[in-house]
Design a protein around this ligand. Structure first.
Ligand code: AMP
Ligand code: MG
Length: 486
């Protein structure tokens, strides 16, 4: 069913542990992403759902797979752990998709591996559905992210704070190489391992760098730029990743690991949802700074490859870290300029955005709805925008400064409302809705999960059928804490 072409399993043995999934008792297909499967050239026999479920749960290992758990290390909340690795994920193998891109197919929750430490190697239904919903929503929003191929119930229980239903998530990624994968070898003083990995990554993700003057410095810059762009886009949709440890930052620039992530309802720059992020290390506005910190950890791993002369290597790496800051700023302003419907760069654009955000924060206005309502304001109707605030005076003043800016734009007024709607979503996976989908699924009802997925497929459209999914939570519906809960 899969046309595997596995490259990671051909790397030296120290890169992974070969391991087979542990079969589960009662695999049952919860959701299968047919569209993605066809993009990946996966041939499925939908007339035999039992066999499909068995394969997607790991009970049947498909032909051509070379199952393995990847080795990696990582900084978790700033503390270095020299060995993490896939403790509950097994890479089946790789396929080359219709566009010629190599993609990993991974079972998450398929049983213990040599990296499981004290964990059971399993996943619970709730986090599996959360990852399904959010990763597919990110994709529909146009933001690079790993994808959801399938969710399968295992028919077994997993024990977290309480017994929960078990599930397996089948994840698709450009690759699962992370900053922490480099750290695994660097921490062991294995420069050869770092080099093998860097060469693998250049081949797979950044082949154009092979001819660069210094391919490893160029690699560091390319990864830094991919992350700067990604994080700017997160901020543009009010996304809080929640656990930006170095083992959760990809080399490809895709968003990965949707454990405690959440989207902002009311805007606050220091918003945190994760129950374990007590210091707010991964708060909304800290994300670019943490991105840069993670890239600095990657830079440390690459130093010996960048230059034999340590001082020169450090100088080159520091230059890239500086560029990360500039690049992030440029990406951020580009994202927010578009959100305001501005097409030309002007002095004070950043201040105009900051001014709006500060009013939003003071008045606890909804991040998504405020920006969406700018499209109506661009059509001359301010009511919806002003209605998002409790006190209209300041937002009204802000609208006047915004209009001053717009007046200086080349005449794009006719196209502006549509342009604003094309970058400011109407529907995001709001936390209380994800929770609602999970709660119903725990009682065997997947209908709300299905409906939410359908709504999130077209996040930039306001479809009356889904108007209930556009609104922020009422005070009783609010979910302020999310859990890794794996
Ligand atoms: P995460 O915080 O989800 O990125 O996971 C951090 C580390 O913990 C990784 O090495 C995971 O493989 C491992 N891990 C998380 N949950 C489990 C589990 N249920 N069983 C085994 N390992 C786990
Ligand atoms: Mg992780």
């Amino acid at each position: 069913m899969f046309h595997f072409d596995n490259s990671y399993s051909r790397l030296p043995e120290k890169f992974f542990a070969s391991v087979y999934p542990e079969p589960v008792e009662g695999p049952k297909l919860l959701k299968f992403n047919e569209k993605l499967a066809s993009e990946l050239g996966i041939e499925v026999d939908l007339s035999d759902p039992d066999r499909l479920a068995a394969t997607l749960a790991g009970n049947v290992v498909p032909q051509g797979a070379s199952p393995l758990a990847m080795a990696y290390a990582g900084h978790q909340f700033g503390n270095f752990v020299p060995q993490l690795g896939d403790g509950r994920a097994i890479l089946l193998g790789e396929v080359v998709d219709q566009k010629g891109l190599r993609r990993d197919i991974q079972w998450k929750g398929a049983g213990p591996t040599p990296f499981s430490r004290r964990g059971d190697g399993r996943a619970a239904l709730g986090p599996v559905l959360r990852e399904y919903i959010v990763s597919e929503a990110m994709h529909a929003l146009g933001i690079p992210a790993t994808r959801a191929l399938a969710a399968v119930a295992t028919g077994e229980q997993v024990y977290r704070e309480m017994p929960e239903q078990g599930a397996v998530f089948v994840r698709v990624a450009a690759s699962h190489v992370r900053v922490g994968t480099f750290q695994f070898f660097a921490a062991r003083g294995d420069t050869e391992g770092v080099k093998t990995l860097a060469d693998y990554v250049i081949d797979r993700h950044y082949p154009q760098l092979k001819s660069a003057e210094n391919p490893y410095a160029a690699l560091l810059r390319a990864i830094a730029f991919a992350q700067a762009a990604l994080i700017a886009r997160w901020l543009g949709i009010g996304f809080v990743h929640g656990v930006m440890n170095t083992d959760n930052m990809t080399i490809s620039g895709e968003t990965i690991d949707f454990g405690p992530c959440a989207f902002l309802d009311e805007y606050h720059q220091m918003k945190v949802f994760s129950s374990i992020d007590q210091g707010g290390r991964y708060a909304y506005r800290n994300q670019p700074g943490i991105g840069q910190w993670n890239i600095a950890r990657l830079a440390e791993c690459l130093l010996p490859l960048i230059d034999e002369d340590q001082d020169k290597a450090v100088e080159a790496a520091n230059a890239v870290l500086g560029e990360f800051g500039e690049r992030f700023q440029a990406e951020w302003i580009a994202v927010f300029r578009a959100k305001l419907g501005l097409v030309t760069q002007g002095e004070g654009d950043g201040e105009l955005v900051q001014e709006l955000m500060s009013i939003m924060q003071q008045q606890e206005a909804d991040f998504t709805l405020v920006f969406r309502a700018l499209a109506n304001a661009a059509e001359g109707d301010d009511e919806r925008f002003l209605g998002e605030f409790s006190e209209p005076e300041k937002p009204a003043e802000w609208l006047a400064s915004w209009r001053n800016k717009l007046a200086a734009e080349p005449d794009a007024a006719a196209a502006r409302p549509a342009a604003i709607r094309a970058v400011n979503p109407a529907i995001i996976p709001r936390n209380h809705r994800i929770q609602e989908a999970i709660s119903a699924a725990n009682y065997g009802d997947l209908s709300f999960f299905e409906r939410l997925l359908e709504a999130l497929e077209k996040p930039y459209e306001e479809r009356p059928d889904f108007s209930d999914l556009m609104t922020p939570p009422t005070p009783e519906e609010r979910v302020t804490r999310t859990f890794c809960g794996t």
